[in-house]
Design a binder for this molecule. Structure first.
Ligand code: PEP
Ligand code: MG
Length: 313
């Protein structure tokens, strides 16, 4: 296994027994592409486009957006690029849209897709820019989707522009509970474990005082992920994880064992996750996932998984 881990220090993600697990990078703009390529990412699993929009009095022009999306496709000539439409609101206010300071609970307010639905011109321009660079490798997904109706609305907006591959993020518990229905109108889902944990545990993701609650090893979070992965498998569609949970080597193995098909993370985490997968079989990953879900606490889940995944801490 050690040999396999060493020889796979670049190369595509796969388990010790050869099950491919595409390892993708999260980026916030073109300046992060070089590091993603250098780290051996197989594509972009989460392009957080809001960073192109922040701190500006005007939205980026369609041309500027086109250049940014095209650069990602060019940096990965053989890989998929998943572009997330604008995730504004809450911690990411936009200067050119009306101020949201009046919201008493911004994380529960008009953020992500909710906000772009009320300001359709912003999403129209973004989808037009994406359509202009469209390729089979370009995948478009929406943030903060809570209902199947929202997924259908987004899928229609994308398909009317001939964007071929459409997905939604699963980061609200209602979306995980109804994953089968959210999957119906789209081609893939990607689980945002940062927000999914925040909303499942009613625990602010930025607040250290409640960080034990949004520990990604919480068995309830693993249950939600398992539900989504099972629904995706059932429908023959892909289920990725692009939240921080994907960046932990042992947890990445558990996610694969739960049925997750791709993992996306900050470029600096790729090497350790690639090595962890290469050193363990699919069966070990499944056993680790089962063992973790049988536990009561996050600490027990981590410990039980590690017993099935020798060499990982
Ligand atoms: C997430 O919520 O897990 C996610 C990937 O999106 P972001 O961190 O940008 O909210
Ligand atoms: Mg999120």
């Amino acid at each position: 296994a050690r040999q396999a881990a060493l020889s796979s220090s670049k190369g595509p993600g796969r388990t010790a027994d050869g099950q491919p697990v595409p390892l993708l990078a999260n980026i916030g703009g073109p300046s992060e592409l070089a590091a993603a390529v250098a780290a051996g990412a197989e594509g972009i699993g989460l392009y957080r486009t809001e960073f192109l929009f922040l701190d500006r009095s005007e939205p980026p022009s369609e041309e500027e957006q086109r250049d940014a999306y095209r650069a990602a496709l060019e940096a990965f000539p053989a890989g998929n690029v998943v572009v997330r439409t604008l995730d504004s609101g809450a911690d990411k206010p936009l200067a050119f849209l009306p101020d949201q300071a009046a919201e008493p609970n911004p994380a529960l307010g008009e953020r992500g897709l909710r906000r772009t639905r009320r300001f359709p011109e912003v999403m129209d321009a973004q989808l037009s820019a994406l359509a202009a660079v469209a390729s089979e490798r370009l995948q478009v997904m929406a943030p903060m989707v809570a209902t199947a109706e929202e997924a259908r609305w987004f899928a229609r907006a994308c398909r009317s522009r001939r964007l071929a591959s459409v997905g939604v993020m699963i980061e609200v518990p209602s979306a995980a509970l109804r994953a089968e229905h959210l999957l119906a109108p789209v081609d893939f889902v990607s689980i945002g474990t940062n927000d999914l944990a925040q909303y499942a545990f009613a625990a602010d993701r930025e607040l250290a005082a409640v960080s034990a609650l949004h520990d990604p090893w919480q068995p309830a979070l693993l249950d939600l992920i398992a539900m989504v992965a099972a629904a995706a498998t059932e429908s023959g569609k892909s289920c990725g994880v692009c939240g921080e949970a994907a960046a932990g080597p042992a947890l990445a193995c558990v996610l694969v064992g739960l049925g997750v098909s791709t993992l996306s993370m900050g470029a600096s985490a790729l090497a350790a996750v690639r090595a962890a997968l290469a050193a363990h079989t699919m069966e070990q990953c499944v056993l680790a996932a089962e063992a973790a879900r049988e536990q009561v606490t996050a600490a027990q889940a981590r410990e039980a998984a590690r017993e099935q995944l020798p060499g990982l801490d």
